[in-house]
Write a protein that binds this ligand. Structure first.
Ligand code: 13P
Ligand code: SF4
Length: 309
């Protein structure tokens, strides 16, 4: 039986043989984050992916992230550990219904969250992530109506921050919408000295209890650099690995969801394993393939975002 250490050694050997680089999102298991060459939020991963020089990108995240890497750096072989690693937000935007919705507002500017498929990006005017959504929305001329998709909670948070007229697509993240307000309140009472850190994919009844709202990078940086030493974490608990790496003596409290279990893990992110990463490097499969015409259409709104970021 191969030990975990031997498996990791094999994976790193294969990575070298394939001239590959491993990118991972902060929601991945700690052991995957530890072997990645680069870890980040969705914006940082896109920025990094477009400049990768190696032949192969092994992307430990969810499909829309790997697809974005392929859109930005089409000459590279982009492989993923598990093609079933989707996202409930991306799934909420079915292309035909989405195109129909877009056509109902021909003069509006469509701002689309990066958590979408290439088809949906191709229908959009500009892409955003949780770390730049406010900036992107604010960059749109005041007289323009804004369509925001697919996350209604991120959209309503940005609408409130920017005071802009916005029509929201009815999508949500199945992980962030499950946080229990009761549990947040109980934890706040039990730990009055804790700072509440929340991702803007949480619904308004959760966000109203947060001290800091932001992307995974913003949440992690705040926890690591702030003078406080106790935090209630209202996002996927994968972020706690990076927090503990840089500030091991602080206390991080994750919040059980509505069902009462401590299981706010993204089921898609957590499909990825070391074994599947080894298999992906061995077979150069599953691989992201994109029609070139679609890629070019999806590239335009991503480029616009990157220019503004
Ligand atoms: P970040 O861009 O903050 O990493 O968020 C990605 C995501 O999928 C959150 O659920
Ligand atoms: Fe998608 Fe939610 Fe998972 Fe993020 S946490 S990848 S938004 S399902």
């Amino acid at each position: 039986m191969e030990t975990k250490e031997q498996k990791i050694e094999r994976l790193l050997h294969l990575k070298k043989e394939r001239n590959a680089i491993i990118l991972a999102h902060f929601y991945q298991d700690g052991e995957i984050q530890d072997i990645a060459d680069f870890i980040g939020d969705s914006l940082a991963l896109s920025q990094f992916a477009q400049n990768v020089k190696e032949d192969v990108i092994l992307f430990a995240g969810v499909n829309f992230m790997a697809e974005t890497a392929k859109i930005l750096n089409p000459g590279k072989i982009v492989i993923v550990p598990d093609l079933d690693a989707g996202c409930s937000l991306a799934d909420s935007a079915e292309p035909a219904a989405f195109a129909k919705w877009r056509q109902e507002y021909p003069d509006a500017v469509l701002v689309t969250y990066i958590n979408t498929t290439a088809e949906i990006k191709a229908l959009s005017d500009i892409i955003c992530t949780s770390s730049n959504a406010e900036k992107i929305v604010s960059s749109i001329p005041e007289d323009k109506l804004i369509l925001f998709a697919p996350d209604k909670f991120l959209g309503s948070y940005i609408k409130q921050k920017t005071n802009r007229e916005m029509v929201l697509w009815n999508g949500s993240c199945q992980v962030h919408e499950m946080f229990s307000e009761d549990k947040v309140l109980t934890l706040k009472v039990e730990h009055p000295d804790a700072i509440v850190l929340a991702h803007p994919e949480c619904p308004p009844n959760i966000l109203k209890h947060a001290d800091i709202i932001g992307s995974t990078t913003k949440i992690i940086n705040y926890a690591v650099t702030s003078e406080n030493d106790k935090f209630i974490i209202l996002t996927e608990p994968g972020v706690i690995h990076e927090m503990k790496k840089h500030a091991p003596d602080k206390t991080y409290l994750d919040v059980p969801n509505i069902d009462g279990c401590s299981c706010n893990e993204c089921p898609y992110m957590r499909l990825n394993t070391i074994d599947k990463m080894i298999a992906a490097l061995e077979n150069l499969e599953p691989q992201i393939h994109l029609d070139e015409e679609l890629r070019l259409r999806a590239l335009l709104p991503i480029k616009k975002m990157l220019e503004l970021s």
